[in-house]
Design a protein around this ligand. Structure first.
Ligand SMILES: [Cu+2]
Length: 113
């Protein structure tokens, strides 16, 4: 996957939107979601098409997964503290996900053109 060094934390939504709105920019926006204390932060992100969402496991020792049941029949592999999981979203839509081992952990990616 093509990667870009821009990592936007916290206020990623705004920055990602600004990057995408740049039109001619070839750069790929990355929005980061942290996993802490069995929750996704933020639990909801709104991104432009073409954005990569990167989940970062900030737990001390707990692994998690990011499972889009509407997209993936099988649960993706777990990732461990300080590891990441990435997915690129090209089509507008509402994409809900959860953690495989912890179904109460839920989030949503809204892709808005
Ligand atoms: Cu989990």
């Amino acid at each position: 996957m093509r990667r870009r060094a821009v990592v936007v934390k916290g206020l990623g939504l705004v920055l990602a939107g600004a990057l995408a709105a740049g039109g001619g920019m070839a750069d790929e926006a990355v929005v980061e979601v942290e996993i802490r204390q069995y929750a996704f932060h933020p639990a909801e992100v709104v991104v432009k098409p073409g954005t990569v969402v990167r989940w970062v496991n900030r737990e001390k020792r707990q692994y998690h997964s990011v499972w889009f049941e509407g997209l993936d029949k099988e649960e993706p592999e777990y990732f461990f503290p300080e590891e990441t999981y990435e997915r690129r979203f090209d089509k507008p839509g509402v994409y809900r996900y959860r953690c495989g081992p912890h179904p109460e952990m839920r989030g949503v990616v809204r892709v808005v053109d």
